[in-house]
Write a protein that binds this ligand. Structure first.
Ligand SMILES: [Zn+2]
Ligand SMILES: [Zn+2]
Length: 410
C-alpha cells in the first residue's frame, strides 16, 4: 500500500466537512469586509521567502521544503501565504496605483519540513487576508474585529493580545537598548536566545523558555518608548477596541521579529488547545512591499491556522438534504435519469442505478442522508407517477411525475 508522506494528512469525512465549512464561513466573512479572493502558486523561488520571511527565522533557517527542480531552479513549497500575495501584488504593478486600496483573502496548503508531532504537520492549511494601501489604524482595528467575528461564527472562545512594534523612528533605538540588556544577561538565556541577540534580538522577547521569560520581565518595553505617532496610533487602537466591546490584553512580548513589521501586532489565542495556543496572528508590515522591490505601500494582514481550530469548531447540525431516486425495474430507471437531471439544477440528488425493492431503497436514502426517498416501480411507471417519502416528516405520498419535475423552480 502506498501511504501519504510523513506529516501529511488526508482530509476525509468529518475532517473534510469541517475544513469545507471553515473555508466557506471565513470566505463569506472576508467578502463582507471587502476582501476578494486571490490564488497564488504553491511553488515559488526560494529567494522570495529568504527575503520576506527572513534568513534568520526558523522557518527559512530550518523548515523550508526546498529543492532544485529539473530546470535547476532553487524552489520552495510556500511555508506561509503572505510572501506570495505580496509578490503577486508587486508583479501586477498594483504598488504603482497611488492611493488605491487592495484587499485580498487566500486559503490553501502551506509546507514546513519539520519533525512531525501533535499539532504540527508538514502540510497544513491557512486562511489569511492582506490589505494594501491603507495606513490608518482603523484598518488594524477592522482586521481584529473581523477575526473576533470569525471565531464567534465558528463558536471558538478566544483571547486577543495586541502590541505595537513601533516604526523606523522608534524601533532602532529600542532594539539597541534591548541588545544592551540582553548582552548583560546572555549567560543565563537559552542557546536559541543567545544566538538571537546577534541575529534577531526582538525574537528573544517571545521565547517560550520559562527561564528566559522570567529574565525578560525587567527588559525594556517598546510600548513605553514609542514615538509620538506610534503612541497615538496604539492608544487609538485600544480605544476603538474598548468602544467595540472587544476585550484585549497588551502583551509587550508579542513580536513578529522581522524588520518589515511595524505598528500593530495581534494574536488570537485559545485556551482550549494547550501550549500551541495561538490560532491566528497578524499585524502591520508597512515595509514588506519595499523588501520585495515594490514601491513603499502600507500593508496589514493576518493568517489563521486551520488545523489548529479544526477540532474546536462547533459545526451546525447536519440535516437531511435533497433527494434519493431509486427504480424497481430497468424501465423505471430510464425514466429516473431525466428526472434526476432536472432536479439537479437546484437540488442535491443521489441516484441508485440498480433496480431494487422499496425497503432497500429506503435504506439507501437513509445512508445517503437524503430528505426525500423517491421510487418508481412498474405500477407507478405505467401511470407516470412516483412514490415519495419525506424521511424527516415521515410522510409518504404518490404524485404525478410532472409535479416533481416542476418543483425544480422552488
Ligand atoms: Zn514610531
Ligand atoms: Zn530563550
Amino acid at each position: 500500500m502506498i501511504h501519504a508522506l510523513r506529516g501529511m494528512k488526508d482530509l476525509i469525512f468529518d475532517d473534510a466537512r469541517r475544513y469545507e465549512y471553515i473555508i466557506q464561513t471565513l470566505s463569506r466573512i472576508a467578502r463582507n469586509y471587502g476582501f476578494e479572493y486571490i490564488e497564488t502558486p504553491i511553488l515559488e523561488e526560494t529567494r522570495l521567502f529568504k527575503r520576506s520571511v527572513g534568513e534568520s527565522s526558523d522557518i527559512v533557517g530550518k523548515e523550508m521544503y526546498q529543492f532544485t527542480d529539473k530546470g535547476g531552479n532553487d524552489v520552495c513549497l510556500r511555508p506561509e501565504g503572505t510572501a506570495g500575495v505580496v509578490r503577486a501584488f508587486v508583479q501586477a504593478k498594483l504598488d504603482r496605483q497611488q492611493g488605491q486600496k487592495y484587499r485580498f483573502f487566500y486559503h490553501g496548503p502551506m509546507f514546513r519540513y519539520e519533525r512531525p508531532q501533535k499539532g504540527r504537520l508538514r502540510e497544513f492549511h491557512q486562511f489569511g487576508v492582506e490589505s494594501f494601501g491603507e495606513k490608518s489604524v482603523e484598518e488594524d482595528f477592522t482586521l481584529i474585529v473581523m477575526l473576533a467575528e470569525i471565531f464567534e461564527a465558528l463558536g471558538i472562545r478566544t483571547r486577543v493580545k495586541i502590541n505595537s512594534l513601533g516604526c523606523t523612528v522608534c524601533m532602532p533605538p529600542y532594539r539597541q537598548r534591548l541588545v544592551g540588556y540582553l548582552e548583560a544577561i546572555a549567560q543565563e538565556l537559552c542557546p536559541d536566545c543567545q544566538r538571537r541577540i546577534a541575529t534577531n534580538p526582538i525574537r528573544v522577547l517571545d521565547c517560550k523558555n520559562e527561564q528566559c521569560q522570567n529574565l525578560l520581565e525587567e527588559a525594556p518595553k517598546l510600548s513605553q518608548e514609542l514615538c509620538e505617532e506610534c503612541d497615538r496610533d496604539f492608544t487609538r487602537l485600544q480605544k476603538l477596541l474598548t468602544d467595540a466591546g472587544i476585550a484585549y490584553e497588551v502583551d509587550t512580548h508579542l513580536v513578529r521579529g522581522l524588520d518589515y513589521y511595524s505598528g500593530a501586532a495581534f494574536e488570537f489565542v485559545s485556551d482550549e488547545i494547550g501550549a500551541q495556543s495561538a490560532v491566528a496572528g497578524g499585524g502591520r508590515y508597512d515595509r514588506l512591499v519595499e523588501f520585495l522591490e515594490g514601491r513603499p505601500t502600507p500593508g496589514v494582514g493576518f493568517a489563521i491556522g486551520i488545523e489548529r481550530i479544526m477540532e474546536l469548531v462547533r459545526m451546525p447540525q447536519e440535516r437531511r438534504e435533497g433527494w434519493y431516486l431509486g427504480a424497481m425495474t430497468p424501465e423505471a430507471l430510464d425514466r429516473l435519469l431525466p428526472l434526476a437531471r432536472q432536479l439537479r439544477r437546484s437540488h442535491r440528488v443521489v441516484v441508485e442505478y440498480a433496480p431494487k425493492g422499496l425497503k432497500a431503497h429506503l435504506k439507501g436514502a437513509d445512508k445517503a442522508n437524503a430528505r426525500y426517498c423517491a421510487v418508481i416501480g412498474e405500477e407507478e411507471l405505467s401511470k407516470e407517477h412516483i412514490w415519495i417519502k419525506d424521511l424527516e416528516a415521515r410522510e409518504e405520498k404518490t404524485v404525478p411525475l410532472k409535479e416533481l419535475e416542476e418543483i425544480e423552480a422552488q
